[in-house]
Design a protein around this ligand. Structure first.
Ligand code: GLU
Length: 267
């Protein structure tokens, strides 16, 4: 055989092998999570690392802590048993949907509101926390509520959050500055880059507790029901998460976790 023909034959052969190989293995994002965790008992949860009370990195222990984290641990135990492992991967409001779409994480439990827009991309568990949007300002600020946000005020919000969208609706005149994450948004508020910061009141409460010069302004002006996001096409895993959620609500575990993080709130 001539050299030219040999080279051609080899390329055809290797291309066919490549094609056959890729037929056998599904991409990570399309693998059935429920089947995988039955074999390897580990769930990858996307969580916040900069949100006090929900998901915050403890720099001493290098462990992430908060309500979302404890709920994820309880659900993991319920689904996989005592030996099941909950592994936490950091997400921000902006990165959480891309990370689940790529198959980097199995579920998002990260202060995430169930919204029509998001339901086009992911499925959600039943509601596990009821939040609502509010404002955080420096004590003594003339801003007492969303009605005080006018063309002369700048509001700080986080990219990829419902808060950034909602504020356009509730304060259309106000200028909006969107930051990458909550740590950056609060630093921007402290340095005077904005007059108020907006997100869910429970998140703002965490910041106000830690920084007594800041306070919440006005009542909540939206409903933000939190759900656990799971990729589309993962019905068995979604069902397992919903069942586990119902169980921890029934057996008191949910209430214990709620009281640990929100001792002064009635549920
Ligand atoms: N719950 C709102 C949202 O899902 C704000 C909190 C957040 O950015 O995660 O966008």
């Amino acid at each position: 055989m001539k050299l030219k023909h040999k080279v051609w034959l080899l390329s055809v052969l290797s291309l066919s092998l490549l094609f056959l190989g890729s037929c056998g293995t599904k991409s990570i994002a399309n693998q059935d999570i429920f089947e995988r965790i039955e074999e390897t008992p580990e769930i990858f949860w996307g969580v916040k690392n900069d949100t006090r009370l929900f998901g915050l990195m403890n720099i001493e222990t290098r462990e992430v802590e908060g309500f979302d984290i404890d709920i994820a641990k309880a659900l993991t135990k319920e689904i996989l048993g005592e030996d099941g492992k909950a592994t936490f991967v950091e997400v921000t409001s902006k990165t959480r949907i891309p990370l689940i779409k790529n198959g980097n994480i199995d579920a998002i439990i990260a202060t995430m509101t169930i919204s029509e827009e998001r339901l086009k991309q992911v499925d959600f568990s039943n509601v596990y926390f009821d939040a609502g949007q509010s404002l955080l300002v420096k004590k003594g600020s003339p801003i007492k509520g969303v009605e005080d946000l006018d063309a002369n005020t700048t509001v700080l919000a986080v990219k990829g959050s419902t808060s950034a969208l909602n504020i356009r609706e509730h304060a259309p005149e106000a200028k909006i500055l969107e930051l990458e994450n909550y740590a950056e948004a609060f630093t921007a508020l402290q340095s005077g880059q904005g007059d108020a910061m907006t997100t869910d009141s429970a998140i703002l409460l965490g910041m106000a507790e830690e920084n007594p010069d800041y306070t919440l302004a006005g009542d909540i002006f939206t409903d933000e029901p939190y759900g656990i996001a799971i990729n589309k096409g993962q019905e068995a895993f979604l069902e397992a998460v919903n069942q586990a959620l119902a169980t921890i609500k029934e057996n008191g575990t949910y209430q214990e976790i709620f009281d640990k993080w929100f001792p002064n709130v009635n549920n």
